[in-house]
Design a protein around this ligand. Structure first.
Ligand code: NAD
Length: 556
């Protein structure tokens, strides 16, 4: 983060409770969520305004942050604030049903969409990296990814291990904002996980938050702990301090009995991946002094890391790319077999996208965990027949440590999300919840992303790189009246590799909010159904027919 200034840095914490500091709940919600993204309990590096995912930021600078706060406090019900890569650039007269904030982050014209050009512009203070939910103010800490990771490992268990990871060992790396969810997602599926991480502070933090069970002294200790727990079919997650580019090949060499392999280091950004031979304490200086040389060394290290993954697959392990672009970086590092294992979306998640299923998340602006417990119960009552949902919500209620404002996530599909949104709005209106609720999602969703190494990898009709879909998604959410809408480039997999959109709505208990929620939470997942019908998926055709999604040129 040496490029980024900490001038003006200070601890930030969102207000809690039912008192407004802005002129409406929509702007109050945007303000609290901006602040919540930067809460030291939530953000990975708040002084640099970094929320998660390498350098994913909530605002371009502390001066821009101050201006955002000031504008949100003044914004009227018929005004819309425009945010360009983390900086407020205009306030326009619109109308009450328009979004209060429109955000565009990190977008570059195709031929210029490289890390090199992006970094040049970032250093000039002209842009920032918004990741997915960092620059769109709806990050909810590690829980956000925990649910998706839980779903993915559940699908791995279903596909290859009879529905449970009990009796298996999973190897992965990276215990950052997203990657920190992996150990708990594996143990929630009853398995054993070895998680390699170069930064001791990240290991300590995940243990404190109870996402990680123990830390091993060294590689032999990690293996001994893992094998003992596996043989007892006892869930256990083990942190191991080390560089994955060295530890993965060492485990391969020892023929360690690894059943599942993935990775969640910040591989999408080679400056955020530690090469072999650099000590963690020299990381900042070395990448600042020679970004080009550092990138080359990081890519070479990723080549060694991925080579070990490919060879573990050849030895019978279930191996997948968990959405960080490590295969492409390894390819650039000179390893030409990197794409021999699949990405997790085509391997496990696409059938859910066909049904408009994806991450649905909400945040209690009251700050009271009891509000989340009440909404958990409401969701279970709405969808009593969904066993996986019940398993997840029950475990989440017991195990999830809230970071910042209390929040919850679960995956819901087309025809379901709006029912939950309307129910929460009723609960706010009746006083059952102590303050309004914010409802949003990750940009990683069924119809909101073009990302050929992740969400749209290996589409049936070859349309992986078509980026009209996230643009239509942002437009339809704007037309439907979401409270804030964002359109980003480069999240998840890095600059040049993705375009994606997000929306957030506020349930403040009013009939106007109910109308918005019904429209947005129907149309937004509806994009997932039409995107997959268009690409030729039978499952999406079936969902469209059954649930009445109008698609002018559907095959059926
Ligand atoms: P982060 O930057 O917070 O954490 C990355 C971690 O990797 C850090 O703790 C870092 O110390 C560690 N690391 C770096 N180099 C290492 C090495 N050589 N060996 C071992 N550890 C190393 O990032 P994050 O938010 O956890 O995200 C991780 C990756 O996952 C990113 O590339 C992100 O874009 C991607 N991602 C995936 C999904 C998904 O759904 N699959 C969602 C969001 C993000």
């Amino acid at each position: 983060n040496s490029l980024l200034s900490t001038e003006g840095a200070r601890p930030v914490r969102a207000d809690r409770g039912p008192a407004l500091t802005c002129k409406s709940w929509e702007t109050e919600a945007a303000l609290r969520m901006l602040m919540n993204n930067l809460d030291p309990e939530v953000a990975e590096d708040p002084d640099h305004l970094v929320v998660y995912g390498g350098t994913g930021r909530a605002a371009r600078s502390w001066a821009a942050y101050d201006a955002l706060v000031r504008e949100l406090r003044q914004l009227e019900d018929d005004e819309t604030l425009l945010v360009q890569s983390g900086k407020p650039v205009g306030v326009m007269r619109t109308h009450p049903y328009a979004p209060r904030v429109l955000i565009a982050n990190s977008n570059l014209v195709g031929d210029w969409a490289t890390w090199e050009e992006f970094r040049r512009l970032e250093a000039e203070g002209l842009t920032m990296y918004g990741q997915m939910t960092a620059g769109s103010w709806i990050y909810i800490g590690t829980q956000g990814i925990l649910q998706g990771t839980f779903e993915t490992f559940a699908a791995v268990a279903e596909k290859s291990f009879g529905g449970t990871l009990a009796g298996t060992i999973t190897l992965t790396a990276g215990l950052g904002g997203m990657g920190g969810a992996q150990p708990l997602a594996v143990t929630m599926n009853e398995g054993v996980a070895i998680c390699v991480e170069v930064d001791q502070a990240r290991i300590t933090r995940r243990i404190e938050h109870r996402y990680l069970d123990v830390q091993a002294d060294d590689l032999d200790h990690a293996l001994a702990l893992a094998i003992e727990a596996r043989d007892a079919r006892r869930p256990l997650s083990i942190g191991l301090l080390g560089n994955a580019a060295e530890v993965f090949p060492a485990l391969l060499e020892r023929e360690a009995p690894i059943d599942v392999v993935t990775d969640q280091t910040s591989a999408h950004d080679p400056l955020a991946y530690l090469p072999i031979g650099t000590a963690p304490e020299d990381w900042d200086t070395e990448r600042g002094e020679d970004p080009v040389g550092f990138t080359k060394r990081a890519q070479e290290a990723m080549a060694a890391h991925v080579r070990a993954m490919v060879e573990m697959q050849a030895g019978g392990a279930e191996v997948f790319d968990y959405g960080n672009s490590i295969r492409d970086e390894a390819r650039k590092g000179g390893y030409d077999r990197a794409f021999e294992f699949p990405g997790f979306v085509p391997a496990y998640i696409r059938p859910q996208f066909c049904a408009g299923r994806g991450p649905f998340r909400w945040v209690a602006l009251s700050g009271d965990p009891a509000d989340i417990a009440a909404t958990d119960r409401a969701v279970l009552e709405l969808f009593p027949d969904d066993d996986k949902l019940r398993r997840w919500l029950t475990m989440a209620g017991e195990k999830v440590h809230f970071q910042g404002l209390p929040a919850r996530i679960c995956w819901l599909g087309y025809g379901e999300r709006h029912l939950a949104g309307l129910k929460f709005n009723e609960m706010v209106a009746s006083g059952e919840l102590k303050a309004p609720v914010v409802i949003g999602r990750d940009h990683l969703d069924c119809g909101s992303v073009a990302s050929p190494y992740r969400e749209t990898e290996a589409m049936l009709d070859g349309s992986d790189a078509i980026a009209d879909w996230p643009l239509l998604n942002a437009l339809v959410n704007t037309a439907s009246g979401a409270s804030w809408v964002s359109l980003h480039h480069g999240g998840g997999v890095g600059i040049g590799r993705s375009l994606h959109a997000g929306q957030v709505c506020v349930a403040d208990g009013t009939p106007e909010a109910a109308a918005r929620l019904e429209r947005v939470l129907t149309n937004d997942p509806g994009m997932g159904v039409i995107r997959h019908v268009d690409a030729g998926y039978d499952e999406a055709d079936r969902v469209a027919d059954e649930r009445g999604v109008r698609i002018p040129m559907a095959r059926g």
